[in-house]
Design a protein around this ligand. Structure first.
Ligand SMILES: Cc1cc2nc3c(=O)[nH]c(=O)nc-3n(C[C@H](O)[C@H](O)[C@H](O)COP(=O)(O)O)c2cc1C
Length: 491
């Protein structure tokens, strides 16, 4: 789901949940009353500015403690004003997404010109690209009018960035080989401008040694790669190879033009994530619903901010974020040991949902039902990783942060936990939506909002001085806001 459609669904939810009329919401956002006239229609296509105003209106007054440093969109939409981007669209099924990409790049101020391969024209038309960009869409190397001025050389130089999205396996191979047998490959060879590519293909194609070899070569050649996402592919298979989310591509382009100062450069961070598994017997264990998504998102955001992150994770099925050093563990005791083995570090951030208890003894053989009777599991307490690090006399990280999953009185419980554990911050969140999942309500909305396993989160950063409540956002955005706060306080 793109950020834009995220905002649109939030507006829908808000209008549904309150008695506020569409016109009243528009007025609150400082927009003309009829702005939301086509609100329910599928082709409602508001400008980014309109959405940002609506989003600001939605966020205002939503929390008891409002977040003073911007809404998530301020972390989401880069300024590309004045930037000229040559978008090369190649012949993958994801070519249709390049139409949305054009709009989103323009929303950020970019001037986009399209180039399409013959393959791409099988999926979308040059007319659509030309209409959306407002510029001619180039497809033919031997277009006489253009070539009288050596059009391909001009095209390859007249832009600030060349972005290939989607980039096929074929185009990657051509670039590695230095082929120049169509307009796109020729101008890629002729350009002196930076090139970014967002590959998209079937996961077997992506995993193929040839593609992986080409990927390495392209990186060595200095190309900027926007990694594909993991997910359901158009061919029905699931795995890596899906075109990165359109807004992630826009963000990557933004980050290219505005390389962030990396304020956490030189900082080492130990971060835990995911659940722990406490063994009962070789086939059974005690676990919890943690998916690891928030911890992994935080590891990624901290790395982007320049930190060297060691991610110690319980069993999860998530890809390691780029640049992160990952250590896999299973039980709370493994995690405790791994954390202490990684010290010293500048920061320690404990996001993992660590089991409080384990069975005192685990059976080496599968426990048999036929033996009769219901087994009684005698429990033993697990080590308290957060407190053990926060109370260290030697090698204590400068900043120790713990997460608290609460189902009621979130802030009060979070404050008490912070004092008990002796850490700088507790980041508390309400995981009570999981109740609804337990009750068998498997509605997608609930799954999305359920904090454990879901994609949204709303957290409160509790320190000895104050409580900063962040707005509800995706886990990725929440991670970016937390990193923003870490930088504000400690970088
Ligand atoms: C329906 C269909 C979908 C395709 N999807 C992809 C894709 O997602 N990624 C890819 O690398 N190739 C895909 N291909 C194969 C490319 O279209 C093919 O390699 C073509 O030569 C690419 O040309 P180009 O790189 O010049 O655009 C697909 C082919 C078909 C028929």
């Amino acid at each position: 789901m793109t950020r834009i459609s995220d905002i649109i669904s939030q507006i829908h939810a808000h209008v549904n949940a309150t008695s506020l009329s569409k016109n009243a919401l528009a007025c609150k956002a400082g927009l003309a009353p009829n702005t939301l006239k086509k609100f329910w229609e599928d082709d409602w296509n508001p400008s980014l500015e309109t959405l940002q105003k609506l989003e600001a209106a939605l966020f205002s007054g939503r929390n008891d403690h409002s977040y003073p440093h911007g809404t998530p969109s301020s972390f989401t939409f880069p300024s590309l004003t004045g930037k000229r981007i040559l978008l090369i669209i190649t012949g993958g099924i994801a070519a249709y997404k390049s139409l949305d990409l054009i709009r989103r790049l323009q929303d950020c101020g970019a001037d986009v010109t399209g180039v399409m391969t013959a393959g791409a024209s099988e999926f979308i038309t040059p007319l659509s690209v030309a209409s959306l960009t407002g510029n001619q869409c180039y497809i033919d190397l031997f277009d006489l009018k253009e070539e009288s001025e050596m059009g391909h050389i001009k095209l390859s130089r007249d832009n600030d960035l060349i972005l290939i999205a989607p980039a096929t396996a074929d185009m990657m191979a051509k670039m590695v080989a230095g082929l120049a047998n169509d307009l796109a490959s020729t101008l890629l060879l002729a350009t002196d401008k930076p090139v970014m590519l967002a590959p998209a293909m079937n996961s077997q194609m992506w995993a193929h040694p040839a593609t992986q070899r080409n990927l390495r070569r392209l990186k060595e050649d200095g190309l900027h790669i926007i990694d594909p996402a993991n997910g359901l592919l158009a061919c029905g298979e699931t795995g890596p190879g899906k075109l990165a989310d359109v807004m992630d591509i826009v963000r990557a382009v933004g980050a290219f033009f505005h390389p962030k100062a990396q304020p956490l450069t030189g900082k080492t961070i130990i971060l835990t994530a995911g659940p722990t598994h406490e063994i009962i017997d070789p086939v059974r264990y005690i676990a919890n619903r943690s998916s690891g998504k928030q911890g992994f998102a935080l590891a990624s955001a901290l790395t982007e901010a320049g930190a060297a992150v060691t991610l110690i994770t319980g069993p999860v099925s998530l890809e390691t974020p780029m640049g992160v050093h990952r250590i896999n563990v299973e039980s709370a005791r493994d995690m405790h040991e791994a954390v202490h083995a990684q010290l010293p570090a500048d920061f320690a951030i404990f996001v993992a949902a660590v089991a409080d208890w384990r069975t005192e003894e685990s059976s080496t053989q599968k426990m048999k039902k036929e033996k009769g009777g219901i087994p009684t599991l005698k429990m033993a307490e697990n080590p308290d990783i957060l407190a053990s690090v926060a109370h260290l006399k030697e090698n204590r990280p400068e900043v120790v942060i713990g997460f608290a999953a609460e189902t009621e009185n979130v802030i009060e419980h979070g404050k008490k936990k912070r004092l008990r554990k002796g850490c700088e911050w507790i980041i508390a969140n309400n995981v009570s939506h999981t109740d609804q999942i337990q009750k068998g309500v498997v509605d997608k909305d609930v799954m999305d909002k359920g904090v454990m396993g879901g994609n949204q989160n709303q957290v409160h950063i509790i320190s000895d001085k104050d409580v900063i409540s962040l707005p509800e956002a995706t886990k990725k955005e929440t991670a970016q806001m937390i990193v923003h706060e870490i930088i504000r306080h400690y970088a």
